[in-house]
Design a protein. Sequence first.
Lengths: 284, 284
Amino acid sequence: MPEATGGTSSSERVADILLLFSDGPRTIGVTRAARELGLSKAVVHRILQSLTGRGLVAYDAASREYGLGPAAASLGSRALRDSDLRAVALPHLVDLRDRLHETATVSAKVPGGRLFLDQVVGAHEITMSVEVGRRLPLHAGAVGKCILAFSTPDEIDLALSRDLRAVTQATVVDPDRLRAELARIRADGHAASVGEREAGAASVAAPVLGRADVAVGAVSVCGPRFRLTDERIAAVVPDVVAAATLVTDALAGRATPGGPRRPAGPDSATGRSPLDRDGQSLTF
Amino acid sequence: MPEATGGTSSSERVADILLLFSDGPRTIGVTRAARELGLSKAVVHRILQSLTGRGLVAYDAASREYGLGPAAASLGSRALRDSDLRAVALPHLVDLRDRLHETATVSAKVPGGRLFLDQVVGAHEITMSVEVGRRLPLHAGAVGKCILAFSTPDEIDLALSRDLRAVTQATVVDPDRLRAELARIRADGHAASVGEREAGAASVAAPVLGRADVAVGAVSVCGPRFRLTDERIAAVVPDVVAAATLVTDALAGRATPGGPRRPAGPDSATGRSPLDRDGQSLTF
DNA sequence: CCTCCTCGTTCCGCCAAGAGGAACATCTGT
DNA sequence: ACAGATGTTCCTCTTGGCGGAACGAGGAGG
């Protein structure tokens, strides 16, 4: 696997243990965590002790297991509050909602997944509300596929080599079909999904791009399938794409001009463009 | 300092770096972080590399510094969602708000501070809204003092030996005066504050207790000073204390009896009571 | 435009922090 | 009461990673 240079394996172990709580159950025991990460129980136990001491995890005496602690909550709300992507996107989400009357969302890419950063819920009585902050897979739903489509080949390969479990009955789990879809999404500049992640729902997503035109997140509009018909999905695409483009430009510091997306390339007199550093995300 | 047994210093370093972002500025450079934690730049850099690889922190190319990443946001919303303390307290907060028409809050204690887990805002037009998730000092405000008053002597000493900067003009920064207040709070079972943390505001807080009657958090009612006069503060105290007691009991799994608070002591046939483990919080 | 200062990043050899296996203590379900 | 599993602790050996210093890239100021 492409090891990030310079890191220490012990730090990564700590991060991995923390991230175990992002997806898994509320509380996790030492043995289970050790099994899941391929570490010894002693190691996991020591790390959990340290994290408990800092309040990042808490020990649940009843179940004799560990769960996230209050410091993690603090960290997270700070991260959410500080997010450039969220702050920049929010007015555009409001605009989208006002124009389309459906729920508009921003998502961020995280290693091995994605999550909703925020939403502006629709104006209808029956509306759609997503779960902000939960880590979701990349292969299901318009947002996930959209982010994946605008990722590096390495990331795509990695994501498609995973389990690819079906979230709903409509989830595409065949790698070849997914690759074909990703190619089309990349060509179109947007993605659509009908009930792939949430049954009875549909959504349209367009990527927010960072350096090297790799997605750092996505903007989407979603709602119940009975309102988001195929025709309506096609109708909202331009608005979603436009919003995502505006967010992309604003994130990059460009003063949101009406002009076309600039092609990837060196942007000044420097011989090396600043975007071939190494695929790290910069602003989120 | 009272070192938590069993932990590894490298894990604690990772946690410390993460927590640096809880209070400090949005982005922090390697040099500054290293200075602040007393570590070498190389160590900080390596850890940040690892955390970046896992999405917990993100590199900001513009400022050449690091900030929290999307995975941290995911972690935090999960922690908030899973919080027993928050879930258990919420209905009582609604009840408090309905009865008193002022904003009701729950807070959790984190090592070296506290944070609001949630709030139910008041019914008036001019109301008070606290910042959920931000880490706040223990020496300022009713909630902070209340949590501190019901902490172990070690924790109190540690908290009072810090800087004790004045958050507002009314913040008490004299350790001796604070100790006297803490003693009174412990005797009364509740704390009050007028503009100590937020100018123009007042609040009343009562502790939510865990094992060994050490506070894991607090319930509070807060509002603008012009409505929360001294008389009204005195009037709401019983409601706040009652709510906190109910939350304490519910958290401990006891089926919320109307009975008196049970005194600290061994609770079964075991020779050693389970509460002298070592002051770890259990449920948050 | 050049210089200096500072910051982030990288390199390398020495060494103590921590990995790991196994024993111990506890609790649960049958 | 027993058996299995889980969290916790112990102890020794070794390898991961600490730290000081060198490097390269910016940015501020002259």
